[in-house]
Design a protein around this ligand. Structure first.
Ligand SMILES: [Zn+2]
Length: 294
């Protein structure tokens, strides 16, 4: 009889050891066979699933690939065939080596492969990104645009120059009317703009124009961080950034120092709606002030 509790204990532990990491990944259906995997940390991952194999857009932070794979497999058990990187940042490409190892074909803008092949340092996050091994590098790269025909989806992928970085792409699922914006949008947050690696506020606003031209009132937009949004919400997000940039440009023109510009609170009217993220109002002001005064 003494053995029975031990047996029960063993049975209880077994499922946990099989899934060492408990999943914090939320799976939300965007439309038809398109889902978004949203996590409390790292960027959003979009999946297209079906008989042609799973196609994912971005692959999160390193060390979370098993969770992402399990979430994708819970939608459809097919292997991951394609990974599209929207840009080079570690919270969107961290799974590249894992999925490359599993024979996924990694696709990205030319600049993303260049950056992932060499050491990158992002001063704002004090983050060094060592070069990826060959298995983690994009094997198909492009400079302007390309279209995938996969799982019944026509997925147009377009490079938006000098936006969040110098290698951003956005994806448009034509038949489903779904836009994947990558980090050209941080919904409900001030965006990080990687000005050190080719990002710019003018390019970011131009990228929003590209998305707005693709969208209609029914379009569902998946940002790189935060929850799903519609065209009207993107429009007000773009207007908020444009207004703040104008306020800061004026401060620079008036000869204000960074400290004086921060004290004048150029973001104030938007702080309540946009302060959820890692870039606070003062940090965003600092990024734009340094960028626009160059
Ligand atoms: Zn990013």
């Amino acid at each position: 009889m003494k053995h029975i509790p031990l047996l029960i204990l063993t049975l209880c532990i077994a499922p946990f050891s099989a899934h060492a990491q408990e999943s914090d990944v939320k799976i939300i259906q965007v439309k038809n066979n398109i889902h978004v995997l949203i996590s409390p940390q790292g960027g959003n991952v979009v999946t297209s699933t079906g008989e042609d194999g799973t196609f994912i857009i971005d692959d999160q932070l390193a060390g979370r690939s098993a969770l992402i794979k399990a979430a994708a497999k819970s939608i459809n058990d097919q292997d991951i065939k394609f990974v599209l990187n929207t840009h080079y940042h570690f919270d969107h490409t961290g799974g590249n080596e894992f999925f490359g190892e599993e024979n996924a074909i990694i696709v990205a803008h030319d600049s993303v492969r260049e950056r992932l092949s060499t050491k990158q340092f992002i001063t704002y996050f004090k983050k060094e990104m060592p070069p990826l091994s060959k298995t983690g590098l994009p094997v198909v790269t492009f400079s302007k645009d390309m279209t995938f025909h996969h799982n019944g989806n026509d997925i147009k992928v377009v490079h938006v120059p000098h936006a969040h970085t110098d290698g951003d792409v956005v994806a448009y699922f034509v038949n489903e009317n779904v836009i994947v914006a990558g980090d050209t949008i941080f919904n409900g947050m001030y965006p990080f703009i990687d000005t050190e690696h080719g990002g710019s506020i003018a390019g970011l606003i131009a990228a929003h124009d590209t998305l707005l031209a693709l969208a209609n009132d029914e379009t569902i937009i998946v940002p790189g961080h935060g929850s799903l949004m519609n065209k009207a919400e993107l429009k007000s997000y773009q207007q908020a950034l444009a207004t703040i940039a104008k306020n800061i440009e004026k401060a620079i023109k008036d000869g204000k120092t960074l400290e004086q510009t921060i004290a004048a609170k150029p973001t104030q009217e938007f702080d309540e709606k946009m302060s959820e993220g890692i870039v606070g109002p003062d940090a965003f002001t600092t990024i734009l002030y340094n960028h626009l005064s160059q």
